[in-house]
Design a binder for this molecule. Structure first.
Ligand SMILES: NC(=O)c1ccc[n+]([C@@H]2O[C@H](COP(=O)([O-])OP(=O)(O)OC[C@H]3O[C@@H](n4cnc5c(N)ncnc54)[C@H](OP(=O)(O)O)[C@@H]3O)[C@@H](O)[C@H]2O)c1
Length: 340
């Protein structure tokens, strides 16, 4: 088969980083993305060419297209960090030819008809894993396992905010199966029962006028010492300062555009509290290969058996995406998927 040399993609208009801090969600994607044919470079050793089936829009993608993420943009290259697709060509990874794989768009982005990826970061999929679950099988699921491991290192109970997110729900299910007590925090009411069903032992709603009192009672009862945080607002900081000695605030996302005040600096001195970060892009290369293989197998089994599922808000074609992503994303009802 002749290898394509170009592909239709949502291409990045700019390269590098933004010159000022970016919001989590921009007003429009039109200043950042362009639907056009982009060149597909020849495959380097260890790379594969993938016909993309489906790719999610993650919060990290929205930061990235604006230049506000932890790695620079390449102007003219497709956006999109992960997806599912079929391998149609390789340079030295022939065993993958024809396989349906979950992949990271490490060579070129996933919001395109074709993407180039590193074979080592492709996960051949079990037939029982749907395209939807396969499309979002790497970024959130591997992070969920790594974060629950961190939570466990802090004791029996932990707090997770943005708990209604796809990642939050994966964390809740895994925590329950591992016998941990997960305290879920969300910003608005409505999903409490669903989150209890998903695995939360307690659910707190930050917009509830009784939030502070309820949080104090829950913290007193369960003594959580890890706060898994994807929000980074003042409610998060206040919650952290209400937690017991030795508590760790693990920042892995910044859904809020607020800059929280650290109102009780003495707690870092006298109560041995810590703030730290987590980024899958650092965890993945630093974890032992056998640990990563075990996590990948665990993640795939959870989706294949229906223990985990991926909620979908809507599917968009490439030509619907630039105008359609943000309105669908704002419904907060699951992943927006791009089907190129
Ligand atoms: N560090 C890493 O390696 C890593 C890896 C994977 C994911 N993440 C991060 O994990 C987070 C969740 O990802 P996801 O794909 O699961 O997200 P998602 O499914 O798109 O859900 C986003 C969630 O964020 C909540 N949210 C948005 N703005 C908020 C605000 N201002 N205050 C409180 N909550 C807010 C939403 O709440 P509503 O339902 O109320 O709208 C929604 O539940 C993101 O920040 C992502 O970047 C980090």
């Amino acid at each position: 088969m002749t290898q394509p040399t170009t592909t239709l993609a949502l291409a990045l208009r700019d390269g590098g980083y933004a010159k000022a801090p970016t919001p989590q969600v921009p007003d429009s994607l039109a200043p950042f993305l362009d639907l056009r044919d982009v060149p597909l470079p020849g495959l380097a050793p260890g790379q594969v060419l993938i016909a993309v089936i489906l790719s999610p829009v993650n919060p990290s993608d929205l930061f990235f297209v604006q230049g506000g993420y932890g790695q620079p943009r390449v102007q003219g290259q497709a956006a999109g960090f992960e997806g599912v697709g079929r391998v149609i060509a390789t340079n030295g990874a022939d065993a993958l030819i024809g396989q349906r794989v979950a992949f990271l768009g490490t060579g070129t982005g996933a919001w395109a008809k074709h993407a180039i990826a590193d074979a080592a970061l492709c996960i051949p999929l079990d037939e029982a894993v749907s395209d939807i679950d396969g499309a979002a099988l790497i970024v959130n699921p591997l992070t969920a396992v790594a974060l629950v491991e961190r939570a466990r290192s802090g004791g029996q109970a932990f707090v997770v905010n943005a708990a209604g997110s796809q990642l939050g729900r994966l964390i809740l299910g895994l925590a329950r199966d591992e016998g941990l007590t997960a305290i879920a925090v969300i910003r608005r009411p409505g999903e409490e029962d669903a989150l209890r069903d998903a695995g939360a032992a307690e659910v707190l709603v930050t917009s509830d006028p009784a939030f502070r009192a309820q949080a104090a009672a829950v913290i007193k009862a369960h003594k959580p010492r890890v706060l898994l945080d994807a929000v980074g607002d003042q409610a998060t900081a206040d919650l952290f300062f209400a937690m017991p000695s030795g508590a760790r605030w693990v920042s892995y996302g910044k859904m809020s555009d607020d800059a929280p005040s650290l109102t009780q600096m003495g707690q870092f001195i006298f109560m041995d509290k810590h703030i730290e970060g987590f980024w899958l892009s650092r965890w993945l290369p630093s974890a032992p290969a056998d640990r990563v293989a075990a996590v990948v197998a665990q993640v795939q089994t959870r989706f294949a058996t229906g223990t985990w599922t991926t909620r979908v808000a809507t599917e968009l074609t490439l030509d619907q995406a630039i105008d359609g992503i943000l309105p669908a994303y704002a419904t907060s009802s699951g992943k927006v998927m791009i089907r190129p």
